[in-house]
Design a binder for this molecule. Structure first.
Ligand SMILES: C[S@@+](CC[C@H](N)C(=O)[O-])C[C@H]1O[C@@H](n2cnc3c(N)ncnc32)[C@H](O)[C@@H]1O
Length: 213
């Protein structure tokens, strides 16, 4: 996989990074060793800053994996803030549950088991912040469900919009063709919304940020 910024810039930023706490460090190592895709640490820090800025009461995450970003979000929530997070992989649900228990965040994080394509239409209460991080081929449908579930003034945070650099590249490996096509189509949709003020930032793997207007 390629990176969207120069390796020396990444090394420089790494050199400035404060030592993460032991659980976060362990999760990053676990994800690296077991090839579980999780949010890049720089994107995770941006997401935490957004949580600190907007102080959301209700957050929805689509794609929990091992609960790395869930834990990072939940730790930044105010007393009354809660996170609903949806995951369809049973293996990841088991890992996420254990990490959430170890982080002592079972009262803040509600892990919803199932496919977000089926779960989201059943959700009724709106959210202040939605983090979309599921299969790229599902992004378009999940985006429309997110628009419905996002409060006015709410923030949508989307990962992987530069997709390891392939979104903007003419050379895409065969196994990335479908996902790259899905991301390119999604980006056009994302950047052309009347109801959402959007930007794509070259942080991590490319972060889309939208505010519902
Ligand atoms: C990139 S990982 C999520 C990483 C996590 N947000 C983090 O940064 O720590 C994507 C996860 O979404 C799950 N997923 C993909 N499509 C989904 C869907 N339609 N519904 C629920 N979960 C989905 C996958 O099983 C995988 O665990």
């Amino acid at each position: 996989m390629s990176s969207i910024i120069y390796p020396n810039q990444i090394e420089y930023l790494e050199s400035l990074r404060a030592e993460p706490d032991p659980l976060i460090k362990e999760m990053e190592e676990f994800a690296r060793e077991n090839r579980v895709p999780i949010l890049d640490w720089k994107s995770a820090e941006l997401l935490e800053q957004i949580v600190l800025m907007i102080k959301p009461k209700r957050v929805l995450e689509i794609g929990t994996a091992i609960a790395y970003s869930s834990i990072r979000i939940a730790r930044r929530l105010k007393k009354k803030g809660t996170l609903d997070t949806i995951e369809k992989s049973l293996d990841n649900i088991a890992l996420a549950s254990e990490y959430i228990r170890r982080a002592e965040l079972t009262s803040k994080i509600n892990l919803i088991e199932g496919d977000a394509l089926a779960v989201m239409p059943q959700l009724e209460k709106k959210y202040d912040l939605i983090f979309l991080d599921a299969d790229k081929e599902d992004y378009e449908k999940l985006f429309y469900y997110s628009l419905v579930l996002l409060k006015k003034g709410g923030v949508l945070f989307v990962d992987n919009l530069l997709w390891h650099g392939y979104a903007a590249s003419s050379k895409v490996p065969t196994n990335y063709r479908n996902s790259t096509k899905a991301i390119r189509e999604f980006n056009k949709l994302f950047m052309n919304q009347d109801a959402l003020w959007t930007t794509i930032f070259s942080i991590g793997d490319g972060i889309g940020l939208g505010v519902k207007i």
